[in-house]
Design a protein around this ligand. Sequence first.
Ligand SMILES: NC(=O)c1ccc[n+]([C@@H]2O[C@H](COP(=O)([O-])OP(=O)(O)OC[C@H]3O[C@@H](n4cnc5c(N)ncnc54)[C@H](O)[C@@H]3O)[C@@H](O)[C@H]2O)c1
Length: 268
Amino acid sequence: MQFDGKSLVITGGGSGIGAAIARAAAAKGAKVCVSDLDGDKARAVAEEMGGLGLACDVRDEAAIQELVREAEAAHGPVDIWVSNAGLGGGDPSHAASQPNDQWELNWQVHVMAHVYAARALLPGMIERGSGHLVNVASAAGLLNQIGDAAYSATKHAAVSFAESLAITHAADGIGASVVCPQYVATPLLGLSDKDARANLLTADDVARAVIEGVEAGRFLILSHPEVGKYAAHRGADHDRWIKGMQALRAKAIETFGDVSVESFYKLV
Ligand SMILES: NC(=O)c1ccc[n+]([C@@H]2O[C@H](COP(=O)([O-])OP(=O)(O)OC[C@H]3O[C@@H](n4cnc5c(N)ncnc54)[C@H](O)[C@@H]3O)[C@@H](O)[C@H]2O)c1
């Protein structure tokens, strides 16, 4: 799908990758509605592009329905929806050590929010025979984020749900894309553009990949192409891939003394 003149809504658009996608889509001529848990951040990004900025907690299905209504009242039927909101956590000690509420938070934000958006949008998109749903998952949804089991499990579920959307609704004229970046220098990692290097991309790099991928009608959008190679290794020999990940974990502990996400990006 092309962006010019289209109505686009993005969640978690007040920061990082979401803000960069909002800016890139507006530069392509889209009418952009930026939403975020933090309404002030959403409005600040929207103001840059003369868009609409709204607060929305994606864990709340009624709030997502209201976001659709407000965006449609301002810009017409939603053509492109980007489910981008996300968060990181980290295992306090062992792989099952995050408390239940943290697992539930990951599940709500990384999976159910995508379901709520699709449920609110699909009837209209099916009727119009067009639309595009973009779900920002992560390389952790194809591989694994060592040290964050809840993030990894829910991002896998996000990839699977995006697959279901793509398989089920192509016949309705609706596109679906899943975005699986590896490390990106955003506040999620406590980083900003000045920290970017080789495989630690900027949010703008990811936004460029998203725009190109949606325009080309691609399902799998990889801002870091090497992620496709690692996923192929996993598919070819899962046991060998697990051994490689065990070795990577051991290397992080030897080098940094921990397995935090903030340590891992330094290894790639
Ligand atoms: N930064 C990375 O290395 C990286 C890598 C792969 C995937 N991702 C994914 O990219 C997406 C964007 O992350 P980012 O790096 O830009 O992080 P970020 O922290 O800069 O932005 C995330 C935004 O999501 C919002 N958010 C969190 N919970 C929300 C909720 N309940 N409702 C609405 N908004 C909510 C936050 O307020 C924030 O503005 C996430 O889904 C993340 O998992 C990030």
